[in-house]
Design a protein. Structure first.
Lengths: 283, 267
């Protein structure tokens, strides 16, 4: 068989798969935003009603912005915690750094739902943090409840995403040619100048990847808000989920999903452009 | 490289490790606590929650469902991802860039969006929700990871071993089977285990695609509403934590493994 035949044989099943279970559903979702209702005859009627409803509903839009803000805080928090970790592993951890990296990643691979549950147990008003403080006699009442707030969502998600964020930063730092750092030092730059002018710019692709590792799943979160967010911690993902579980307004839910998808892809393009600008080394 | 010594960096690492492991450790500790409420101080040691786990029929059914879905979905994902990885790393063909861009898309899309899209597509195609639809969803999110893991491995060794095998009279598929795939074996297994753990733990997508039979994360979620069931959930959590640690350590070890030296391809 010639090369053409080999490529066709190897590529046909994955391509078919991608078209049927990714491209087609995305298209179906986009088209469904024009349907009048979720089921039966209503499903056959075309309308722009949901677009009008979404555009006119200020709380929907505000919730999307708030979810983006929660995701931004989560991603930045994860980056701040993860960068020094990755830096230590890449530059100062010696031979055992891969083992040390693996150790950090292990908790991240255990059940996501259970890690959230653990924080529910820690942050609750009769949770571990408060009962520990009370039994140590530090406070009589315990702290004001942390659970069921946007802060609880952010804390929990920073915990969830920090290890994943460290991974691409570590990879980017590993790739930096150590001779560049020596050259910068030889040119009379102090260590922090070397860091700001060489190391940080060169690690930006990893930082960006890490940012999106945390940002994208968080923007679509609906489980963590349900478990630890309470009424004040509701996110845009909950709104989408609601259209399919309780409100049963699938077309509106599809439209909300589509809006989120477009927003995420736009953010991705925007940030990648910004980072491409900032990766230049200026000595 | 000098050895790691005590330093602010090492201290920071230790603190972060504690931050990451303590919540998990808490779950394990409380799984042995002789009290139905999860609060300090600890009451006493018991294994009764683990004993009760064995009697929770629905839970065991959910566990079985999850294992089935994960085993099947990761097998399909590994096969599809490997086929694409082989073609993408070894051949030039039109549409290659477009395929890669499209295939990587599920990585940058929130699962809730994928869940909504698949739910609508299944509903319009008249496909009833079941463990099958959950499995299909898991394949969609696992293929990109398989693709990346296997491509990285295939890029690590040149095509000339395959060419040598073909010069010696193997067909292309024979060379794949006897040279390329054995050399990429550890990466394939790592990709499979990665897909397996992803599927086994997946909630956000499954929630939209699940029928009357539930997977373990869906079952766990449904139990969280009942405080009386919490100790059981925590005991299960402790088991799952230890189990996934083991799977992860094995897969990490396999990924690090080069082509096994004792099993060089036999031409």
């Amino acid at each position: 068989m010639d090369q053409r035949g080999r490529v066709l044989t190897l590529m046909a099943p994955p391509t078919l798969w991608l078209l049927l279970l990714f491209v087609l559903p995305m298209g179906a979702m986009a088209l469904f935003t024009f349907r009048a209702g979720s089921f039966g005859a209503e499903r056959e009627i075309w309308t722009l009603e949901h677009y009008r409803a979404f555009a006119g509903n200020w709380p929907f839009q505000r919730l999307l912005v708030r979810s983006a803000f929660v995701a931004l805080l989560t991603a930045l928090g994860s980056l701040v915690l993860a960068y020094p970790l990755a830096y230590y592993l890449a530059f100062h951890a010696g031979e055992g750094r891969l083992l040390l990296l693996t150790l950090i990643l292990v908790p991240a691979w255990t059940s996501y739902l259970l890690r959230i549950l653990a924080w529910k147990l820690i942050l609750g008003s009769n949770g571990l943090l408060n009962s520990l403080l009370i039994s140590l006699g530090l406070t009589a009442e315990g702290l004001p409840i942390l659970l069921y707030s946007p802060a609880a969502v952010v804390i929990t998600l920073i915990y969830v995403w920090t290890p994943f964020t460290a991974l691409p930063i570590f990879a980017a730092l590993q790739r930096i040619d150590r001779r560049l750092l020596e050259a910068a030092a030889d040119l009379g730059h102090r260590p922090w100048e070397v860091f700001l002018r060489v190391t940080l710019p060169l690690s930006m692709p990893g930082v960006l990847a890490g940012f999106f590792f945390a940002f994208i799943p968080t923007v679509g979160e609906y489980v963590t808000p349900l478990l630890v967010g309470g009424a004040r911690g509701v996110m845009y993902g909950n709104l989408i989920q609601d259209q399919f579980v309780r409100a049963l307004n699938w077309p509106l839910g599809a439209l909300m999903s589509l809006v989120m998808l477009v927003s995420v892809l736009l953010a991705l393009l925007l940030f990648s452009g910004l980072v491409r600008q900032s990766t230049r080394v200026r000595l | 490289m000098r050895r790691a010594q005590f330093s602010p960096g090492a201290l920071y690492y230790a603190l972060m490790a504690a931050f990451l492991y303590l919540p998990l450790l808490l779950l394990v500790v409380f799984s042995f606590n002789d009290s139905p409420t999860l609060a300090f101080p600890l009451k006493g040691f018991t294994t009764r929650w683990y004993g009760e786990l064995l009697l929770a029929g629905e839970l065991l059914a959910a566990l079985r469902n999850s294992l089935l879905v994960a085993a099947g979905a990761s097998l399909v994902a590994t096969v599809l991802g490997t086929m694409a990885a082989l073609a993408l790393t070894r051949f030039e063909f039109p549409g290659k860039g477009a395929f890669l861009a499209l295939a990587a898309m599920p990585l940058v899309i929130p699962y809730v969006v994928l869940g909504v899209a698949l739910l609508i597509a299944f509903s319009q195609a008249g496909i009833k929700l079941s463990l099958w639809t959950v499995g299909l969803g898991h394949v969609v999110v696992s293929v990109p990871y398989v693709l990346l893991i296997v491509m990285a491995r295939l890029a690590g060794f040149e095509a000339n071993l395959e060419e040598a095998a073909m010069d010696l009279g193997e067909s292309y598929w024979g060379a794949l089977r006897r040279v390329t795939l054995p050399m990429a074996g550890p990466a394939l297994l790592a990709a499979y285990l990665n897909a397996f753990t992803t599927s086994f733990d997946e909630f956000a997508l499954s929630f939209f695609l699940t029928g009357s039979e539930t997977t373990l994360p869906i079952y766990l979620y449904s139990q969280l509403r009942f405080p009386a069931r919490l100790p059981l959930v925590v005991a299960l959590a402790a088991l799952l934590i230890v189990g996934s640690l083991l799977v992860l350590l094995i897969s990490e070890w396999l990924r690090r493994l080069g082509p096994p030296s004792g099993k060089e391809p036999a031409l």
